[in-house]
Ligand binder design. Structure first.
Ligand SMILES: Cc1cc2nc3c(=O)[nH]c(=O)nc-3n(C[C@H](O)[C@H](O)[C@H](O)COP(=O)(O)OP(=O)(O)OC[C@H]3O[C@@H](n4cnc5c(N)ncnc54)[C@H](O)[C@@H]3O)c2cc1C
Length: 400
């Protein structure tokens, strides 16, 4: 029986502690917040999208994530959850949630398992120092000094520090000689010029989004976007955030929002309306295709002024400009929202310095890393929790 200290009571740390204790190791979990699993409760809008059964989507650290998930992917994790008594439900696009629809149910089974396996939990315990000592490691938290043969570092990244992860574990790893890539907010809303978006905040649209820089397309996503008073949010926008740069641009194709397959279909619709709707006010041109506020924004983007004008007055040039604005509305990027709004951190401990089979450091034996503290980040859809739980389970098992 070894003594194991797990640093961090998030997804990765809770899974690691349960598995380590399940192997018979004497396990102590140290969490800096007043209770464990705070972030878990906020995930998936309170529903906790805990994994995904589809193809793995990890724009950051994809090789390491694949190595981890080939050992502990959806099937193995399903067994883990069933073993803890959690019922699961699969929804669209391979997303898996607790059947209860409540993130708290996930935390309940994790806490119960820790209790049953006699994991000692200290909350309000920020680990300030971690250093090798004879027979293992010494860990300092407040006035307490603990020792263990193995340490599993699962302190997360920097995303949403109010939920616990404040980046403090990077310093612990650096002090032990590990390389840490500078952290940056990821899966976060994008700040754009706001003038063209005036009046649009709160409107959700189905669209395609492209992040561009100097005319070069860096990334493309489709899905739902949300107009805000600072720029754009929504899953497909947040998934573009890692490519969004100040000085670059975001181009929106809003044809899907108008229910049209392509620009020609829009042009045809506009020309029919010009013929048939003749004396109707021009501001009604997009009625039935989108809400009036969006219609106003699109016409403004196309340079169309509609005061005291009838539909029949729409020129061919304006018609083309409107097709261009709907299918390729370009907005200048001013940056991305910071860690307070980000769901995930890009950057962190270099995965190549750890063995994916157990998360054990290749530099210091007995030291493991799991979850978001590593430089691995996935798309929305359950991929980040799936990596956190998978890597936590493997670290807890320690290759056994
Ligand atoms: C609002 C929101 C919604 C999300 N929704 C989803 C979703 O539905 N599906 C999905 O897959 N992903 C989602 N994510 C991402 C996902 O939650 C994270 O990737 C995942 O929780 C990372 O797990 P982790 O255990 O590595 O880190 P964390 O969950 O961040 O846990 C780290 C823990 O370590 C503690 N800690 C940090 N430093 C120390 C220290 N020095 N000493 C002691 N304790 C320390 C922290 O307090 C924290 O409790 C969401 C994220 C957010 C913010």
């Amino acid at each position: 029986m070894a003594r194991v200290i797990v640093i961090g009571g998030g997804a990765a740390g809770l899974a690691a502690a349960i598995e380590a204790a399940g192997q018979g190791d004497e396990t102590v979990l140290l969490e800096r917040m007043e209770r464990v699993g705070k972030k878990l409760l906020a995930t998936g809008n309170g529903r906790c999208n805990l994994m995904n059964t589809g193809a793995w989507r990890y724009p950051g650290g994809g090789d390491y994530a694949a190595e981890t998930l080939s050992r502990c992917g959806a099937e193995e994790q399903r067994r883990f959850w069933e073993g803890l008594g959690l019922r699961l439900r699969q929804e669209a696009d391979g997303r898996v949630y607790p059947a209860s629809g409540q993130a708290s149910t996930v935390l309940d089974v994790l806490r119960l398992a820790m209790e049953r396996r006699r994991v000692t939990v200290h909350t309000g315990a920020t680990v300030e120092e971690l250093c090798p000592c004879r027979g293992g490691f010494a860990v300092k938290t407040g006035d307490r000094r603990l020792t263990a043969e193995r340490v599993i570092l699962a302190g997360g990244g920097c995303a949403q520090p109010k939920l616990g992860s404040d980046g403090s574990c990077y310093g612990l790893l650096k002090a032990l000689g590990h390389t840490v890539t500078a952290p940056a907010p990821c899966l976060t809303p994008i700040l754009t010029e706001t003038g063209p978006l005036r009046g649009l905040a709160g409107i959700r649209v189905k669209c395609q989004v492209q992040a561009e820089d100097g005319g070069r397309v860096l990334h493309r996503e489709s899905g739902e976007a949300l107009f805000t008073d600072y720029g754009l949010s929504g899953v497909c926008v947040m998934q573009c955030a890692r490519w969004a740069r100040e000085g670059g641009s975001l181009t929106l194709n809003l044809l899907p929002a108008l229910g049209l397959p392509d620009g020609e279909a829009l042009r045809e619709t506009l020309l029919v309306r010009r013929r048939e709707w003749r004396e109707q006010p021009l501001e009604q041109l997009l009625t039935g295709l989108c809400v009036p506020r969006l219609a106003a924004g699109l016409c403004a983007a196309a340079g169309i002024t509609w005061k005291n004008r009838a539909v029949t007055s729409l020129t061919d040039k304006e018609c083309s400009a409107l097709v261009g604005a709907v299918s390729g509305w370009r907005l200048h990027v001013r940056g991305v929202k910071g860690f307070d709004a980000a769901q995930v951190t890009k950057g962190g401990a270099r995965p190549g310095e750890f063995d994916p089979a157990s998360g054990e450091s290749r530099l210091i034996s007995g030291l493991h890393a799991a979850g978001e503290v590593l430089d691995v980040d996935g798309d929305c859809g359950g991929f980040n929790l799936m990596f956190a739980f998978g890597s936590g389970i493997l670290a807890g098992r320690n290759g056994r």
